[in-house]
Design a protein around this ligand. Sequence first.
Ligand code: PMT
Length: 414
Amino acid sequence: MGHLQNRNIIIGVTGGIAAYKIAETIRLLRRAGASVRVIMSRGAQAFMTPLTLQSLSGHPVHTDLLDETAEMGMGHIELARWADAYLIAPATADTLARLAMGRADDLLTTTALATPAPLFVAPAMNQQMWASQATTANMKLLLDRGVHVIGPESGEQACGDIGAGRLSEPSDIYAAIDAFFPTGKLAGKKVIITAGPTLEPIDPVRFISNHSSGKMGFALAQAAAEAGADTVLICGPVTLETPAGVTRIDIRTAAEMLDACRLYSATPVDLFIGSAAVADYRPQTAAEQKIKKGGASITMELVRNPDIIGEMAQMNPRPAVVVGFAAETEDLVDHAQAKRLAKQLDVIVANDVSRVDIGFNSDANAVTWIDESGAETIAMTTKNNLAKIVIERCAGLLGSSADLEFSGREGAGS
Ligand code: PMT
């Protein structure tokens, strides 16, 4: 993965039997290219010697707030500024309480206050202590402040109890920190993603739309931005927060979505992903006033909306990679493949929207990735995780986009 190359990580170790797991965590972080500095609380030193962690981290371990030798080298403020991430593991109940209170009575807590870097805590304690009201309230405070929490896990504890409170495994701690940093795989790339439904007015109070929540598209935008892309998210009416680093353009109708796509394609686009559920038809005219109740039935003329992704795929210059999503309720692969060919897409990601556990408005999805070499299923996972997989694959395609030539250019249409 390599997200941690040249990252600076402080590890604050506090006094718990699980402190021994930190040795392996340091090894994993350093193997991934991170630079690690260790702070040990007095309690931690009862479980492990600073010399052990000095050998593993390759740097003297910091133990005291007022350490004259440290102040001449890297004092606590320098240390706090140096960090790209601060991990406290194991984090005892007392440490969590002191962090929640904003205490600064030792080097470990002072650094937590002084650092602008994201703070990760990996709690470890007896299951009763973890379940206590005090710890629960402290955790809520820390979560509200944006602290990242890793674990704890459930299982047999050193004290003989069984329950939640075990320190996460070093590989899981490592993975949580690794996942936080952008991959950089789309650095310098321009990505446009459409998301959510379109809303086609019938009159001032009624419209045609669908069940899309925007979750899939927002997750894709977040993953693209985290991968370093200049990311534009063009979305229909949804109630989701804009992911950090993403330029969000709100639209209502398919025509507005197309206008926005054209506008933001004025400079060449590397990757276009159409995850929006665009209404295929709209009322020919939207009534200016609310339509009054009349006879037993009403007839409305619907006309085709423009095919947004189809136009993007034929644009000159064309985005290097164009990826569609296909919402299907039967013959998933055949129908999706037909759309891929008709719309001249490099990839279509097909999902079965007849299922309630995936597709529209769920937090999970299961898809089939279809490109010119065939169809491959991606098992059910969270939309956030699926988005990372899709973005990773798109980055791979962009890497080889010089060789990419769409093989199904015949048969354009919708
Ligand atoms: O938003 P969520 O609740 O998270 O749900 C996610 C999702 C189910 C909406 C998403 O995963 C998905 O399947 N999106 C595509 C929905 C869709 O419109 O599928 P389609 O098979 O009708 O269209 C195929 C492709 O053409 C899509 O990329 C679509 O964006 C695009 N299209 C369709 C019609 C149109 N007029 N213009 C288009 O660009």
